[in-house]
Design a protein around this ligand. Sequence first.
Ligand SMILES: NC(=O)c1ccc[n+]([C@@H]2O[C@H](COP(=O)([O-])OP(=O)(O)OC[C@H]3O[C@@H](n4cnc5c(N)ncnc54)[C@H](OP(=O)(O)O)[C@@H]3O)[C@@H](O)[C@H]2O)c1
Length: 267
Amino acid sequence: MKITVIGGGNMGAAFAVSFLQGGMLRPDQLTIVEPFEEKHAALKETLGCPVISTLNDDAAISDIVILAVKPQVYKEVCAELSSKLQPNQIVSSIMAGVSLAALESALDGHKKLVRAMPNLPAQIGKGMTVFLCSPSIAEEEARYLRDLFAASGKALEVEDEKLIHASTAVSGSGPGFVLYIIEAFLEAASEIGFSKQEARMLVSQTFLGAQELWDSRAKEASELRTQVTSPGGTTAAGIESFEQNKLKAKIVKGVRAAFERSLELSS
Ligand SMILES: NC(=O)c1ccc[n+]([C@@H]2O[C@H](COP(=O)([O-])OP(=O)(O)OC[C@H]3O[C@@H](n4cnc5c(N)ncnc54)[C@H](OP(=O)(O)O)[C@@H]3O)[C@@H](O)[C@H]2O)c1
């Protein structure tokens, strides 16, 4: 197996690290294409694989080419790539907002395509990648791709492109939303007496603990929450205030807004 990652930025580098650390590839099976030469030394040091400035014929012998450039430049990158591609090579895009149809057209009708939506925690092995395969990807290839994406966390294959937009809203933008809620907790913790450092410790451990508790029990989040909410108690007072202010409905609306925006931005 040989993989070329085009774009050695945040996400391309995070994926490349996970492929190596997860034992999916050896460094000699990986090539990074990154035009910004100042980045080469750090990428080579971290990955120990070849880092090149422009697409060479290496791309023509890779089994999988991962497109990890910004969507603004994908058409020119695809124009260069399409002349080198063989029909059996898989091109997997992780670019937000670029549909499989747009990718196929930019790659001159290339059929073996995958569209994946990762998220930033992939950088620490806690990512969530949702992916969609074009019909010409074989089942065993899809299985390999799932393992490859799962090297940076978890991976879920979907069959409907609409769910890529949904995942953009839930897991793609999700870390930003969770951090926004964390900001509110930090603000409240400071307001009611904790130092910045103490607030960070309390809030971080509380989010981690609540999430891991939920993950470790076969219970609904609402059921666990009800268990820690005694009538007339402190949690009940907080939840009552959240409900009065329609906080849950507002969060649902925010996630929907991200979903609508992803549909709108799609090419
Ligand atoms: N970051 C996220 O959380 C996230 C989540 C989901 C999806 N994505 C998708 O992942 C893709 C990459 O995002 P990112 O955050 O990793 O961006 P990024 O850090 O800017 O990385 C993009 C990389 O591609 C390089 N590049 C630009 N033109 C190129 C070319 N012609 N050939 C090869 N490489 C080229 C850039 O080099 P220069 O530095 O020289 O410009 C940069 O290193 C985007 O399409 C984004 O939609 C990102």
